[in-house]
Design a protein. Structure first.
Ligand SMILES: [Zn+2]
Length: 194
């Protein structure tokens, strides 16, 4: 494995883009940093990016190269430093390096899985609250409101708030919300059963 392949293996394009201040939206779309635009036309894939406006494209190394005007090896050094990869840019990786790289990769993937799950939990909860608010709305002013409607009135704003909060948070803040999200997951299951 060359140092270039290693870097591409460890750091995916959306992660790097976020790290360098590009605001990545849902479905991994963003404003192209290489031409002026108001509507995002750059699509980020795990290993590549492509701009439908100016046709800029490449991998994580060329992204960093072009963002900072670097040569390929300088971009590798930059990523190595900024992501704390501790790769030895000047010698091929030995077995210990490869083990460490794999561990880092597993950690990243485990985090990514948890993050996806957390998005789903918050989204489920939000939609449950929206459903309750809509389906169980009292038909007449004199009706005793359904308990699910009452619940939604107390929790809909919270559900919207926390979903937004999570979406905009950085990794550290997301992780600090872990317990709250577990609680929401249990609560959603309880509500769905009742
Ligand atoms: Zn572009």
């Amino acid at each position: 494995m060359t140092i270039f392949e290693e870097v591409k293996e460890i750091v995916d394009v959306p992660t790097a883009a976020r790290h360098y201040g590009i605001e990545v939206r849902r479905s991994n779309i963003c404003l192209c940093p290489f031409h002026n635009e108001k509507t995002p036309s750059m699509k980020l894939y795990k290993r590549n990016y492509y701009c439908f406006g100016c046709q800029a494209h490449g991998d994580v190394i060329s992204l960093v190269q072009n963002l900072f005007g670097l040569t390929p090896i300088e971009a590798v050094r930059q990523i190595n430093n900024d992501f704390g990869l501790f790769l030895n840019v000047d010698k091929p990786p030995d077995r210990a390096d490869i083990q460490r790289i794999n561990r880092q990769k597993q950690k990243r993937e485990a985090y990514q899985q948890w993050e996806n799950h957390a998005y789903k939990v918050l989204n489920d909860y939000l939609w449950l609250m929206r459903d309750y608010a809509e389906i169980y709305v009292p038909q007449n002013p004199d009706d005793i409101p359904d308990s699910r409607f009452v619940y939604s009135q107390h929790h809909l704003s919270y559900a919207e708030y926390i979903a937004d909060e999570f979406l905009l948070a950085n990794k550290e803040t997301k992780l600090s919300m872990r317990e709250e999200i577990e609680h929401i997951e249990q609560e959603t299951e309880r509500l769905k059963r009742s």
